[in-house]
Design a binder for this molecule. Structure first.
Ligand code: CU
Length: 483
């Protein structure tokens, strides 16, 4: 009779005899992603157009390489970038690779042998960790743990065979808190050597997007890498909307978008309008078909990548953005007094003699603040948005547009705003419809006192425009009525 005690005993006996202790080679693989054993190959170097559709990194580029004895040779230079523009109006010194942040995308094919030289032009030590890449431990790039740190002025060599595919990343593993927050991140895309047509069909457009968040005090010339919670500049590939380049695709294209997040501190739920997609890959490779679920928002945690795929069958200008509300506006209004619903006319009247041009803002929400185009502190994009198809948008930050067109001359040019077919745009209700609803007739919204004031501008700085008189924040000259 099989009792619990008997079973335990027989299990112990089996284990002791070795029959329950599986040898390593008998165990099922824990990971399906190491598809190329270290000993196999060499493979011919993977070629763009032959083995893969090259990845497009909007607002950035792909790192060039040369071939030497069948090895792909890359060179990254870790350095300060003296003049990085996040969006018109905001420029800072940041850290990155080869003159940009994020660094250029490294692109290769499973089975390739890569040799990557890293030159340190920073004022402190650095290393590069190849995030998610299966490699010999000594190539893992952890300062002092797996290698000596790269001193300022030194160049180190990393070399390994790519035994996997997927969307990986690179970043320093030395003074991470400072170096990553200052912008030292990059994508490392490895295409499958022999793609499975069912789970890895060839895509027509393949985009790489590095997410990042920064704290930049208005007027400062550098981001503050010590910030832990209050980030006010949110970027796709180092740019805030409206400076983010659109993702341009043709109707019917199969599209992959790879998102990478190295923080520093927040996860980002990235939402795409107009489509249902599947998350098809992570930094550990392709997700099996049976494990995929339809989604409209992909959560990209810190220290991870997610690739999404869909067929772009709906033309239009579809927004793609982080769904954290503070992450889709520029230098958001953290720390302001909440004036929502407040009657500020008394406050404004009493402050006007003391602070010419003063007006309380935000009583009806923050959108006005973007549209008013208030004079901003120098070197800041506080609440700034951009001109859009139907007016001024207060959107900014980690935000861009997927532009899907039936006709497209080139992928490399912004096709402009979508021309909606007649009758397909939301519009004001007609008088009959209002009557049927019992809704009030259309009224012209009474403009707030602040928006009735005339526009004033600085004679020296024409970019300074505000409602009502005041002084130029740059040169302190009295503003004059704008002609
Ligand atoms: Cu976010």
């Amino acid at each position: 009779m099989l009792t619990r005690r008997n079973m335990l005993l027989s299990t112990a006996a089996l284990a002791a005899s070795g029959s329950l202790v599986a040898r390593a080679e008998d165990r099922p693989a824990l990971s399906h992603s190491a598809t190329v054993p270290e000993s196999s190959g060499p493979f011919p170097p993977g070629e763009p157009g032959v083995h893969y559709t090259p990845v497009v990194t909007p607002n950035s580029t792909t790192l060039p390489h040369r071939l030497e004895g069948g090895v792909k040779i890359f060179h990254l230079v870790a350095e300060e970038i003296s003049d990085h523009e996040f969006a018109p109006g905001l420029r800072c010194k940041v850290w990155g690779y080869n003159g940009r942040s994020p660094g250029p995308t490294i692109e290769s094919v499973e089975g390739d042998r890569v040799r990557i030289f890293v030159t340190n032009k920073l004022p402190e030590v650095t290393t590069i960790h190849w995030h998610g890449i299966l490699l010999p431990c000594g190539m893992d790039g952890v300062g002092a743990i797996t290698q000596p740190s790269i001193q300022p002025g030194e160049t180190f060599k990393y070399e390994f065979t790519l035994r996997q595919h997927g969307t990986q990343m690179y970043h320093p593993h030395a003074d991470e808190m400072i170096q990553i927050a200052m912008g030292m991140t990059g994508m490392f895309v490895i295409h499958p050597r022999q793609p499975d047509p069912a789970s890895q069909p060839r895509v027509d457009r393949d985009f790489a997007m590095m997410l990042h968040e920064w704290h930049i005090t208005p007027g400062a010339s550098r981001p503050d890498p010590l910030e832990m919670t209050d980030f006010n500049v949110l970027t796709f590939n180092g740019k805030s909307f409206p400076a983010t380049a659109p993702l341009v695709v043709k109707t019917g294209d199969r599209v992959r978008i790879r998102f990478g997040n190295l923080g520093p501190m927040d996860h980002h739920p990235i939402h795409l309008h107009g489509y249902h997609f599947q998350v098809t890959g992570t930094d550990a490779g392709t997700i099996p078909l049976t494990a995929r679920v339809p989604q409209t928002t992909a959560l990209v945690p810190v220290g991870a990548t997610r690739a999404i795929e869909f067929v772009a069958d709906a033309p239009g200008d579809w927004v793609l953005h982080c769904h954290m509300t503070h992450h889709m506006m520029n230098q958001m209004g953290h720390g302001f007094t909440n004036t929502l619903g407040m009657d500020a006319s008394g406050v404004d009247a009493r402050l006007a003699p003391v602070i010419p041009g003063y007006m309380t803002m935000g009583q009806t929400g923050m959108a006005d603040m973007a549209e008013m185009r208030m004079p901003l502190p120098e070197n800041s994009i506080s609440m700034r948005g951009g001109d859009a198809a139907f007016g001024y948008t207060d959107m900014g930050g980690m935000f861009t547009l997927l532009k899907v067109r039936d006709e497209l001359e080139t992928y490399d040019k912004d096709p402009g705003w979508y021309r909606h077919p007649a009758g397909t745009v939301a519009s004001p209700a007609t008088a009959e419809e209002l009557a049927m609803l019992g809704a009030p007739p259309p009224t012209t919204k009474p403009a707030a006192a602040t928006t009735q004031a005339a526009l004033y501008t600085c004679p020296m700085h024409e970019e300074i425009v505000q409602r009502g008189p005041g002084k130029c924040p740059k040169c302190k000259m009295a503003l004059e009525p704008k002609k």
